[in-house]
Design a binder for this molecule. Structure first.
Ligand code: SF4
Length: 373
């Protein structure tokens, strides 16, 4: 499988209450310098990564760039690497940003997949999360993106918000399924350290759903979406059929090499993983003085690789191909861990199908623990 390319756009207009990603506010005057630094950073990787068949603009908020600036980055990528003719090119968008005309331009320059961060269709919840758009803006963005020609259109949603009832969540979900979208990412809210939510949390806020309520949300979501034709293909991801599975994110789960450009971006190839400096000023300073912005790297041991292969594969409905795993690591999981695998199967967490060990829906709910067998 060809490698994937990730571009981290490190700007946000305001910080959402739950967010721990790296981004800067009120720094948009740095966008031209950032674009130039990205172009220079590509030169560091020309020899190791020659071609890509997915490009993903994430962040941060890529929709703070103009379609023209996204187009310039794509041109720079094509000057340094080969982009496959059928490449999946995704951009993440905040519903408050691009207009209908921007969306048409974006489609016109070859972006063929859009992921809109809607998070909720309840204005009270959007305000609690610190999102800078309303439910109405979210619905308009989806409509305008569809009219602009984006058939491969996805949205992100968050559940498990303190005080949110399952009925309110299912209402958001059911409206989402009648929108012209083909991909849904449904994430459970996690309270990350050093976020505004973590600082507020514990004193005045109601409790988030505990383990059993989380499981109820998870199962209700999976059953409902399966019932209306969605494929539950990864713990948090659903597609309206195999054509709409995220090709880029699938590379992470299948251990295909990827290159990340921009502050805090991570990369992986062979047994090596590396990541860029987190701060935009440090990133700009490094690249502008001709130095690589890589902060650190690590070589994964055989045991780490094997554990990560199991861990990532068992997050997906595709599962782990046991014969490929045996050839790669010399371990026959079925033979050596037979009794444990049988126990997991009896508990309804895994099943065997065409040489794959696959998590069931109940297995996906506890995917992080499945890999530890
Ligand atoms: S827009 Fe995205 S990256 Fe920016 S603060 Fe909100 S969640 Fe974080």
């Amino acid at each position: 499988m060809p490698a994937g390319l990730y571009i981290h756009v490190p700007f946000c207009r305001s910080k959402c209450a739950y967010c721990s990603f790296y981004s800067l506010q009120r720094a948009e005057q740095e966008i031209p310098r950032f674009l130039e630094a990205l172009r220079r950073e590509m030169a560091f990787h020309r020899r190791t990564f020659r071609s890509f068949d997915t490009v993903y603009f994430g962040g941060g908020t890529p929709s703070l760039l103009t379609p023209g600036q996204i187009g310039r980055i794509l041109e720079d990528i094509r000057d340094s690497f080969r982009i496959a003719a059928n490449a999946e090119i995704t951009v993440e968008m905040n519903p408050a940003d691009w207009t209908a005309s921007d969306l048409r331009k974006l489609h016109g320059i070859g972006v063929n997949r859009l992921n809109i961060g809607i998070q909720s269709l309840d204005d009270g919840i959007l305000s609690f999360l610190g999102r800078r758009h309303s439910a109405e803006q979210a619905l308009r963005a989806v409509r305008e993106a569809s009219q602009a020609g984006f058939g491969n259109l996805g949205i992100d949603l968050i559940y498990g918000i303190p005080g949110q009832s399952q009925e309110a969540w299912m209402e958001t979900l059911s409206i989402s399924t009648v929108l012209p979208v083909v991909h849904l990412s449904c994430y459970e809210l996690t309270i990350e350290p050093d976020t505004p939510l973590a600082r507020l949390y514990g004193s005045t806020l109601p409790e988030p759903p505990g383990d059993s309520r989380s499981a109820d949300f998870f199962f209700a979501t999976s059953r409902y979406l399966a019932g209306v034709g969605y494929l539950h293909y990864e713990v948090s991801n659903f597609a309206r059929g195999p054509l709409y599975v995220s090709r880029h994110n699938s590379k992470y789960w299948r251990r295909v090499p990827y290159l990340g450009l921009g502050p805090s971006a991570h990369s992986f190839r062979g047994i090596r993983r590396w990541w860029n400096v987190r701060s935009l000023p440090d990133y700009l300073a490094a690249v502008e003085s001709g130095r690589s912005p890589v902060a650190a790297s690590e070589a994964l041991s055989r045991e780490q690789m094997a554990l990560e292969d199991r861990f990532l594969a068992l997050r997906t409905a595709r599962g782990l191909h046991l014969e490929s795993y045996r050839r790669k690591y010399g371990t026959d999981l079925k033979g050596e861990n037979g009794p444990l695998l049988r126990k997991l199967a009896e508990e309804g967490l895994v099943e065997m199908s065409r040489g794959f060990l696959r998590p069931t829906r109940a297995g996906l709910a506890v995917a992080d623990r499945l890999a530890l067998f």
